[in-house]
Design a protein around this ligand. Structure first.
Ligand SMILES: C[S@@+](CC[C@H](N)C(=O)[O-])C[C@H]1O[C@@H](n2cnc3c(N)ncnc32)[C@H](O)[C@@H]1O
Length: 290
């Protein structure tokens, strides 16, 4: 570990993680958390995460000022409601049974017809009981993930409360990454975790049909250059991809080997190589070429 990384990791682990993600999320970076925590700058003014998902780095860090964005407006809406009414949402979730029928009835409900508390409770319930925390919609925009066999427990009232406290420091933006990053400033720290390249995702509506795909990598790279120019720091996680060869050699890259589910199947895992890129030094960084 670099000296900076060691210090930050000890600081975070000595505080213990006070709030953890409320949601299960396909593509969550829980396994990479020690590497991510060791790779963030010592100081920054504002934390910005435009592909927030379950926000595992955000909840571990609990920054004083943050922007969390995601194109999934149902997700951001759930965070908004939980922030304001953690106990009411928790109780609404706890009232729902665990039967298969309850899951499919809730799944078929139109969220726009529900009051805010019920809408957030439905979102959390489906997330905790669906197949592997996958978020997938059909062409009409309706959530269509089947119920999982090993369904997750619902979060406790204390977990809802802590999530709400952590979210008080965050501005929540239900927008695409470009709009989320429209007011970047020097001194910001931006953590980018876009969906990795996958044909399956585009075909089946995982993360939604307007989800980021690999054709947008050049656009994302142009944003990295902008972030670097204005004096902000970025950390990007992605799967290994040939396009990364075109990034400036002075940026830091680190390759990690992680065991992941294949296509969301818990019994089918494989080892994948993931990449961290940053304009500040990384844990186990490959030395930038001069
Ligand atoms: C790999 S997940 C992020 C996981 C997150 N780091 C965590 O720990 O849970 C990618 C997220 O990007 C969101 N997303 C997909 N396309 C997007 C876009 N064009 N703009 C903003 N968010 C997008 C998805 O809804 C999803 O929540």
């Amino acid at each position: 570990m670099t000296k900076t990384g060691t210090r930050r990791w000890h600081f975070i682990s000595s505080r213990r993680v006070w709030a953890s993600p409320l949601l299960r999320w396909a593509g969550s970076k829980r396994k990479l958390l020690p590497h991510l925590l060791a790779s963030i700058p010592e100081t920054f003014n504002r934390y910005v995460e435009p592909f927030a998902g379950s926000g595992c780095l955000f909840f571990a860090l609990r920054p004083k000022h943050a922007v969390l964005g995601d194109i999934n407006h149902e997700l951001i809406d759930a965070y908004e409601v939980i922030r304001r009414h953690p106990r009411r949402v928790s109780r609404a979730v706890a009232c729902l049974g665990t039967e298969k029928q309850t899951y499919y009835e809730l799944r078929s409900a139109d969220p726009t017809s529900l009051a805010a508390i019920d809408r957030a409770a439905r979102f959390v319930y489906l997330n905790r009981h669906c197949f592997n925390g996958v978020y997938r919609i059909n062409r009409a925009g309706a959530f269509n993930v089947p119920r999982g066999t090993r369904t997750g427990q619902v979060p406790t009232e204390r977990q809802f409360y802590r999530c709400s406290v952590a979210l008080r420091s965050a501005e929540l933006r239900p927008v695409g990454y470009r709009d989320c990053l429209s007011d970047l400033c020097g001194g910001d720290f931006i953590y980018l975790d876009p969906p990795y390249a996958s044909r399956r995702r585009n075909t089946f509506g995982e993360y939604g049909y307007d989800c980021f795909d690999e054709e947008q990598l050049p656009d994302l790279f142009s944003l990295l250059h902008l972030i670097d120019r204005i004096g902000a720091t970025f950390l990007l996680s992605y799967c290994q991809h040939a396009a990364f060869a075109e990034l400036p050699a002075r940026w830091h890259k680190s390759t990690l080997t992680v065991r992941r589910h294949v296509a969301g199947f818990a019994h089918h895992r494989r080892t994948v190589r993931e990449l961290l890129v940053s304009n500040c030094p990384l844990l186990h960084s490959q030395s930038p070429q001069k």
